[in-house]
Design a protein around this ligand. Sequence first.
Ligand code: KIV
Length: 277
Amino acid sequence: MRITINQIREMKEKGEKITMLTAYDYSTAKIIDEVGIPLILVGDSLGMVVLGYETTIPVTMEDMLHHTKAVVRGTKTTMIVGDMPFMTYHVSVEDAMRNAARFIQEAGAQAIKLEGGVTVAEKVRRVVECGIPVMGHIGLTPQSVHQLGGHRVQGRSPEAALRIMEDAQALEEAGVFAIVLESVPAPLAALITEKVGVPTIGIASGAGCDGQVQIVNDILGSFTDFVPRHAKQYARLADTIRDAVSQYYDEVRAGTFPTKKHSFSMDESILAKLKTG
Ligand code: KIV
């Protein structure tokens, strides 16, 4: 049985911290599920850390569905949240409903996430009315990177802080089960967390949120283009992978891999026949 949105809501009520990690593939998702982390976000950060784009903007529905299916196959109890890509919910309510449904119906996710507050509230409400749990995402919304002038902290001015608070309230009223707060000053994130009834899940927004989300490649140290200030590297997989790949390269060239242990034998008489025949 997978974690439900009710259990996520109860965690806020009980003051239990909520953990979410991104994942994009079967093997990584399987490990996260085995550890017991309740939420996996198949984020459109896929575009940057897996597909090598500079932003999340080029990511398509087909990219997201392909990776969400793999993550779903690797997990048993974790709740899977599929991230709606750029322009798949902006044009119309119908688009938002149709594309949200694809995550649930085709990919097997249990919820979707989309970026924006007041401006997407009506779409959120209609998607929730279809029976699809929605996670909001406000503060730094990477799909608007060009409008925001870069990946920068949001909500530092009084007007901007008020707008983010209003976004959170609009999302709660529209029926989201949780809200991601990205790159919001820690005191503002803590205040929003106090004011809204749904769990807040922070990234680069301090410890006052109800939960935390990180990009799995950042905490594993496998993405080397840059290390965001908010990310803590719990491993340095890029170094581990580099060492292993170098050793393999050296051994193949030296003829020391494969050995007998990595090879298969066959009946000598069959081989002899082949040689003479
Ligand atoms: O795409 C993603 O990974 C995200 C997280 C940063 C929350 O939206």
